[in-house]
Design a protein around this ligand. Structure first.
Ligand SMILES: Cc1cc2nc3c(=O)[nH]c(=O)nc-3n(C[C@H](O)[C@H](O)[C@H](O)COP(=O)(O)OP(=O)(O)OC[C@H]3O[C@@H](n4cnc5c(N)ncnc54)[C@H](O)[C@@H]3O)c2cc1C
Length: 388
């Protein structure tokens, strides 16, 4: 396989922009109409995600050793879309037809063979991982909404009970989908695993967001939603040893951080934890009762609320990390940061400037998602603008 040739041909194809996914999906759905149900009801949000991911992965097949873990996660994760082994050749066919269409005369027999081989390798790793995952957990869990509380105009806190136990580690995220929307997004359980298997989810409705709006405005107690296997190791505690912690949470980034606090409480390890919870304004703290209860229950936990904007300081914005840095020197601690991409980016930059090193900073932003469960710390190549 000539990797350089694959990459060059892929860049020539992507130059055609939106035409590429359009052609790909039309070809796929025309030849294999049954695959349409694997995609969201509204395809606008899907846009070029799958095609971009496919092309990118396949054209980087020369780095397959680095990609293997990522592809295995991707294969196992795709079971939630009801993807089965027979769908892989269908997608491969549509991909090759798309390449042939846009490359025109540049589509030679050799190039066709390279793409066939590369796709074959990638899909084989994914299919094997999907098969292995079958023995471990179902493709998705049906869960009933037990409580649904609107805590702010755009934030809801839900308690859900999956039909079977859904094991996860605090700090991880799980896939969530509503049957009427059929798109999957990640949300972070806001609790340590419970004996009754229930999960708490904190959801902020993104303006125009398909899944979050449905979960906040269009769901009620008794409704069913779908959950998928947990992903992610960025915010889990295992890499932080047993030392003291600084936790920085912004908005619904509080959810996985709350799970970490509960885990520390459950493990009884004697860590000292300083928690900074941020919101854009005072009225946007949506879980203060629970936070105050945690603070009053555990002497090892100190809580500071940071309202970004304050009517008394018009035009100013206080970031959680800046407040924490002003309050103390935490360089002997592991730091966990979760919130919007903007909040996380600002925090990591400020902490790094203040002398904190990458190995002690654990962070996850809730913003733009690449395709699939790209939450392994070692993931796909990131020359396409990043894989996360
Ligand atoms: C690891 C991880 C954990 C997360 N945990 C949580 C959590 O615990 N709580 C939480 O609230 N969120 C969490 N998120 C964010 C969550 O996964 C969703 O991204 C978020 O809820 C928005 O999803 P959505 O389907 O509502 O919006 P989407 O439909 O994906 O849209 C997102 C934004 O893009 C815009 N958009 C949509 N379609 C288009 C289009 N075709 N063209 C241009 N713009 C468009 C929308 O207007 C919207 O503002 C997490 C994210 C990650 C990556």
């Amino acid at each position: 396989m000539d990797a350089a040739r694959l990459k060059l041909s892929w860049s020539q194809v992507t130059a055609h922009g939106d035409q590429v996914p359009l052609y790909f999906y039309s070809t796929l759905f025309l030849a294999y109409p049954e695959t349409r149900q694997m995609f969201p009801t509204g395809m606008a949000g899907q846009r070029d995600r799958l095609v971009t991911a496919l092309g990118h992965i396949v054209s980087h097949v020369d780095q397959v050793d680095r990609l293997v873990g990522f592809l295995q996660d991707l294969g196992a994760d795709h079971r939630k879309f009801a993807v089965r082994a027979e769908h892989y050749p269908a997608v491969g066919e549509a991909l090759l037809a798309t390449l042939r269409h846009f490359l025109g005369e540049a589509w030679t027999d050799e190039l066709a063979q390279d793409w066939t081989d590369a796709y074959g390798l990638v899909s084989q790793v994914m299919m094997e991982a999907a098969q292995a995952a079958e023995a471990v957990h179902p493709p998705w869990w049906v869960a009933e909404i037990l409580t649904h509380e609107r805590r702010a105009f755009d934030v809801a806190v839900l308690t859900v009970r999956p039909q079977y136990l859904l094991p996860f580690t605090p700090g991880q995220s799980i896939g969530v989908s509503h049957p009427a929307v059929r798109s999957w997004r990640y949300y972070s359980p806001a609790n340590a695993p419970r004996a009754d298997g229930t999960l708490e989810l904190h959801v902020r409705a993104a303006p125009g967001g398909a899944v979050s709006s449905r979960l906040v405005y269009g769901c009620a107690v008794g409704d069913q939603i779908h959950l998928a296997a947990p992903v992610g190791d960025r915010l889990t505690l295992w890499s932080a040893g047993s030392g003291d912690l600084l936790l920085l949470a912004g908005g619904t980034g509080w959810a996985p951080v709350k799970a970490l606090v509960e885990q520390v409480a459950a493990e009884g390890s004697g860590r000292t934890v300083d928690l900074y919870v941020g919101a854009r304004s005072r009225s946007e703290f949506y879980d203060t009762d629970a936070i105050d209860k945690l603070a009053s229950s555990y002497p090892w936990l100190s809580v500071t609320y940071v309202a970004g904007s304050d009517a008394r300081r018009p035009g100013e914005f206080t970031h959680v990390a800046d407040r924490a840095l002003a309050d103390g020197d935490w360089r002997s601690r592991h730091v966990y940061v979760c919130g919007s991409d903007e909040m996380v980016g600002h925090s990591v930059a400020a902490l790094t400037r203040a002398g904190y090193h990458a190995g002690q900073l654990h962070h996850e932003g809730f913003g733009k998602q690449w395709y699939g469960p790209a939450w392994r710390t070692v993931t796909a190549p990131d020359d396409s603008g990043g894989v996360r």
